[in-house]
Every structure is written in structure tokens, then in C-alpha cells.
Design a protein around this ligand. Sequence first.
Ligand SMILES: Nc1nc2c(ncn2[C@@H]2O[C@H](COP(=O)(O)OP(=O)(O)OP(=O)(O)O)[C@@H](O)[C@H]2O)c(=O)[nH]1
Ligand SMILES: [Mg+2]
Length: 229
Amino acid sequence: MNNLEKLGFDNWFNDKDDLTKTADFKIARVISVNKNSFVVSNGVKEIYAELTGKFLFNSEDSLDLPAVGDWIYAQLFDEDELAIIHDILPRKSLLKRKASGKKVDYQLIAANIDTAIIMQSLDSNFNLRRLERYLVMINEGKITPAIFLSKSDLIGKEEIEQKKNDIRKILPDVTIAVFSNNNQSDIENIKTFFAPFKTYCLLGSSGVGKTTLLNNLVHQDLYKTQPIR
Ligand SMILES: Nc1nc2c(ncn2[C@@H]2O[C@H](COP(=O)(O)OP(=O)(O)OP(=O)(O)O)[C@@H](O)[C@H]2O)c(=O)[nH]1
Ligand SMILES: [Mg+2]
């Protein structure tokens, strides 16, 4: 298995790889976006990246620009310290939402996600309407949904069953995982949900425990938790 495959580059992308481009460019994956500057990874290291002027000029709207998760063709410079992005490979999926403001424009959330996890906490955050809004976005993106319900330590078993049943009425087949970030065996159980080389994203309101879960999954404080953000 090569380094790109470890990052999720599979046959779907391999079939769409434009070999005329691979001759001149290296493939890498976008791991963060900050306006028009990017960080990409080739599976070995993280590389600062920018777009070519032509790319920027030809981009008619936000959909044409790289999003987190995109596979891109880049030219590498300075012993792989700097990348110039020339093109985006076809997208397997795209998660986006309407940007606020009058213009019909989209804010890209992430590309090439296999499974999008909607996270709600079982306390006052739990809300079926909001869950449905996330589902619309996930279905439009051609992505498989899953539901994580956090803070199970805060409410009783019966109430949890009731909430799961409410979800099953609208979504009979979706995976629902109930857990508490304060319970180690719950965390071990959540780990079994993730398959290697697949890409997941975690969606949910502030305070539901996304960062706490990510920290628990990677066993280190990669991400700072805050009471509210
Ligand atoms: N009781 C309980 N508290 C939790 C649980 N998970 C997280 N918390 C607490 O909830 C608060 C918010 O958790 P975060 O992980 O920062 O929430 P987040 O979803 O990352 O929030 P944003 O980064 O603002 O989007 C913290 O004080 C956590 O300690 C849980 O399962 N049970
Ligand atoms: Mg967070």
C-alpha cells in the first residue's frame, strides 16, 4: 500500500487520474483551507500550498476551489516544502451548504467524505428537526450518514431508547451509536465503527463533544476542547 492509499486514495480516484497530469504533477490531499492558502499532505508530510494564478482566475465560484478532503495535482518546490496547486481531481462526494448573503453561493465543508457523522448530545441539544436538516445536506452530497449521540451519562436509559426510536421512525436503517466521552468502554466501542482508509467527518453544534471524542479516539490532545466554541 502506498502513502496516498493510506490517506484514502482508492480505485475510484485511480480510475479518474489524468495520466497526462501525473507526469508533471504529484497528487496530494487537502487537509486544511484558509482563504486561498492550503495545507496538503502526500501521506509523508504536510506541505503549505497555494493556487496558480490561472486556477484562481478561472474559478467562477467557490465550487471550483479546493476544499478539505480534495485530491489535487500539485507542483512541489523547495524539497517538498511548498506546493502549487494546478487542478482538482474529480470528487467522489461533496458536502456543502448555502452561504449566507444574497448571492447563490456555496460554502464548501469537505470533499470525498465516505461517511458523515451527525453528532448530537442527548441533553438539551437533541433535536430531530436539526438532525433532518443535516441529513438533507448529507444526502445531497451523496454521502452515507451515521448518528452519534453523546453525553449518555446525563440521561436515563429509557429516555435514550425513546430518542433512538424517534430517530428510527424517520431513518430505519441508519447506524446510531450512543456513548459517553466519560466512559472508556464506550470509546472502545465507537472505535470499531471506523474502517481503515475511509474518510469521515463529524458534524454537530458547538458543545456536543466532537473535540472530546476526537481526543479520546487519538489518545492525545491534538485538538483543544473548550467549554463553548
Ligand atoms: N457529561 C458529558 N460531558 C461531555 C461529554 N462529551 C463532551 N463533554 C463536555 O462538553 C463540553 C464541550 O465539549 P467539546 O468536545 O469541546 O465540544 P465540541 O463539539 O468540540 O464543540 P465546538 O468545538 O465548540 O464545536 C466539554 O466541557 C466536554 O468536557 C460526554 O459524553 N458527557
Ligand atoms: Mg470542538
